[in-house]
Ligand binder design. Structure first.
Ligand code: UDX
Length: 443
């Protein structure tokens, strides 16, 4: 089949490549000629394991192209995916829908055949129905344009796997929909044949599934981080506690990793937009708990600064601190709302000299925080450090040899911000280990 994907950011580019990998002919469309040129050359503008190879394979096979030309894209297919960004509005909790509106306004008048526009972006509930009305008003006479919603659940770092092997496919359609289900069943046939569950809903349920999923995940993380605060007060161990909770299949161990909390381009903005939308709908009381989820999460960052201060002997002034990790999570170069980078900035504001190292996110970090010092290796960052802070759980940091690192630092003090290190191993090498939600054993 043929399809287009509007927006070649994280979501759109991955979806375009994934659709081509399933054997379809795909055009990715973006208003940014720079992104289009890069992708056309086989270069992914962000780090995502496995994506570059899949992009190159499909470009070479002739199934995938990228363009800025809306007219050509409108003409190419009858199914158009919408994968543009919906960032948080400046100074407000709500989502900024200008990119979504721009695609509808530019694309719909150019359509000459009955078409389906399938939204994948995360939007406030009610948006898809609005877009349906907007499209109907803009469509040429006699051209039927349907809007459907097919939320995307992919995780950064696992985008290829999540796109080709999703847990479920959710499709929301208009009440009078005629084409969307058949078109999507055909496009996703290889996945449906693999037994991936397909849930057909109305538009608003599909929109809500996505934000509810992210709100649940954020709540799960903040739950364990709140318990972590109690563990610290009671001298208990949050990681053992999480393991014990996780054996209950109703709870599950995943997303119960206590530490520096969540960040990135999705969870923080999505829970805020969800609260804002619930308020607009008159259901604001229903989601007031998300405000608490958000504040527990933000408190992790200040708690980390306090812990680092303790680790440096009570003051950050003049302390030389190595920060390992800047990305919001491992296997990503994304630093949007990154807890690690945020903490690095706070430490510097409190008078510390901060050397940051990350395997993939240095370039993006420099753009956001040009005043921090960046190192190109763990050894360089840790040179004469008074404390080493592990703030993103990259495997490279989990595998560090504490005995080797001991010869580089000024003081053998490590702060495990993600509860990812084997503490006994570090203590055996003479290190003092601090972490969130666990006691500090003196050696
Ligand atoms: C998330 C959702 O998981 C995904 O389904 C959705 O499509 C987009 O938003 P992503 O932003 O890629 O994906 O990251 P995710 O793996 O969910 O992690 C989010 C944050 O939570 C990271 O900062 C991570 O470090 C943190 N986290 C995760 C924890 O602090 N503890 C955990 O146990 C799990």
């Amino acid at each position: 089949m043929r399809c287009t994907v509007f927006g070649t950011g994280y979501l759109g580019a991955t979806h375009a490549v994934g659709m081509a990998e399933l054997g379809h002919e795909v055009i990715g469309v973006d208003v940014d000629p720079g992104k289009v040129a890069k992708l056309s050359d086989g270069d992914v503008p962000f780090y995502e394991p496995g994506l570059r190879k899949m992009l190159c394979d499909n470009l070479a096979a002739g199934r995938l192209q990228f363009t800025t030309d809306y007219a050509a894209a409108a003409d190419f297919a009858e199914v158009h995916f919408l994968g543009v960004g919906t960032p948080q509005k400046k100074g407000e909790y709500g989502a900024d829908l200008r990119h979504v509106h721009a695609v509808i306004d530019e694309l719909v008048p150019r359509l000459t055949r009955p078409s389906v526009i399938v939204g994948k972006s995360t939007v406030p509930v009610g948006t898809a129905a609005d877009l349906g009305r907007r499209a109907a008003a803009l469509a040429q006479p006699g051209v039927d344009v349907e809007v459907a919603w097919n939320p995307e659940f992919l995780r950064e770092g696992f985008a290829v796997q999540d796109t080709l092997h999703p847990d479920r496919i959710v499709l929301g359609v208009q009440p009078d929909s005629r084409r969307a289900e058949a078109a999507l069943r055909q496009l996703y046939a290889p996945m449906l044949d693999d037994g991936v569950p397909f849930l057909l809903t109305d538009l608003q349920t599909a929109e809500l599934v996505k934000v509810s999923a992210n709100a649940f995940l954020a709540t799960k993380i903040s739950f364990i981080n709140a318990i972590s605060e109690v563990c610290e007060a009671a001298d208990a161990d949050v990681t053992l506690l999480a393991d014990a909770l996780g054996y209950d299949p109703r709870i599950g161990r995943r997303f119960l990793n206590a530490g520096l909390g969540f960040g990135g381009g999705c969870l923080p903005k999505d829970i805020r937009a969800f609260m804002a939308r619930a308020g607009e709908l008159g259901a604001n009381q229903a989601l007031t708990f998300l405000r608490e989820v958000d504040s527990i999460n933000m408190r992790r960052r200040t708690r980390m600064v306090e812990l680092a201060t303790t680790a440096c002997g009570g003051s950050l002034l003049g302390a030389n601190i190595a920060v390992l990790g800047a990305a919001f999570k491992p296997e990503s170069d994304d630093v949007r709302d990154s807890p690690a980078l945020n903490v690095a900035g706070l430490l510097q504001l409190n008078g510390a000299t901060v050397n940051v190292y990350d395997p993939k996110a240095l370039e993006n970090s420099r753009k956001v925080f040009p005043t921090l010092t960046y190192s190109t290796s763990v050894a360089e960052a840790c040179d004469r450090a008074d404390a080493v802070l592990v703030l993103t759980e990259w495997q490279e940091f989990v595998d560090l040899d504490p005995a080797e690192l001991a010869g580089i630092v000024r003081a053998r003090v490590v702060v495990d911000g993600r509860n990812c290190l084997r503490h006994q191993r570090w203590r055996d090498a003479g290190w003092l280990v601090y972490s969130l939600g666990r006691r500090t054993e003196r050696v």
